[in-house]
Design a protein around this ligand. Sequence first.
Ligand SMILES: Nc1nc2c(ncn2[C@@H]2O[C@H](COP(=O)(O)OP(=O)(O)OP(=O)(O)O)[C@@H](O)[C@H]2O)c(=O)[nH]1
Length: 295
Amino acid sequence: MDILIVDDDPITRLALCAAVEEWSFVPLVAGNAEDALRLLSGDTPPHLLIIDWSMPGMSGPELCKKLRERPDGQFFYILMLTGKDGNDAVVEAMESGADDFLSKPFDPRILKVRLGAGSRIVRLEQTLNQLASRDALTQCWNRRMIDELMSSSIAESNRKGTPLTLMVIDIDHFKNVNDTYGHASGDIALKHTVDILNQNLREYDQVGRYGGEEFVVLLPSTDKSSAWGIAERIRSSIQYSPAIISDAETIPLTVSIGLAEVRNGNETPLSLFERADKALYTAKQKGRNRVIFDD
Ligand SMILES: Nc1nc2c(ncn2[C@@H]2O[C@H](COP(=O)(O)OP(=O)(O)OP(=O)(O)O)[C@@H](O)[C@H]2O)c(=O)[nH]1
């Protein structure tokens, strides 16, 4: 697990780096609070932090407050490691947002067990996050998360002027699958569909389950014609790779796909989804197992 050490004293930074490395953490360092904020502003910041109290510029408690006020609600476990001691300092540090407090000079064994407790909380938070954002059956994003990703992707596409295409995918006659093979086999077919989507997409494409047998895929930096190629590849992969239920039984599947590309200006997640969903409806009307682009 990564750990960020924020301390203005280079000797302390070195000693802490050596110690945490020995305990299998990966240390990152910042010599002041401003550098720490920059490091923590990335997409995958470390979640375990050791913060000094007195530093030139912003102090440790001020840094804690800033981190707790982040609008994205990013979770950090903060251990304040300081020359100060006494109950007043503990109260002030923890009221400003620190989770734990240790006075210098410290016994390395105490720091080690405190960081162990902190990393257990970080892992727990990551598990909760995973449960809150993933679909339990297929492990792709759930509707809440894919809605958030749709908003941020549209904003990014507008900001950078890059294309963005939304794909809405629905398994054809899925009720028949359940009726013929049973609900448990239907679940296998849903997982199989997501496996095929993941095999055919890039790492930065986002797959979400929108409803029962309906999935959405966000394709950043992808225009109409490239999205068409990807959708066709997915459609034919699903058609030619039935879901395997047992050695003796497979379920043939087909999907219908609606596509819509973000239009400049005032596109919203709802307007984009509605256009792709309308195209999906047309694909169903026209006989299913096909890709239709909204016009
Ligand atoms: N096995 C399984 N089935 C589900 C799940 N969620 C929804 N379904 C089923 O998905 C089926 C959806 O059926 P419909 O909406 O009628 O659509 P369809 O049969 O796919 O027909 P078309 O979309 O018109 O091709 C229903 O039978 C639901 O019970 C799930 O998590 N697991």
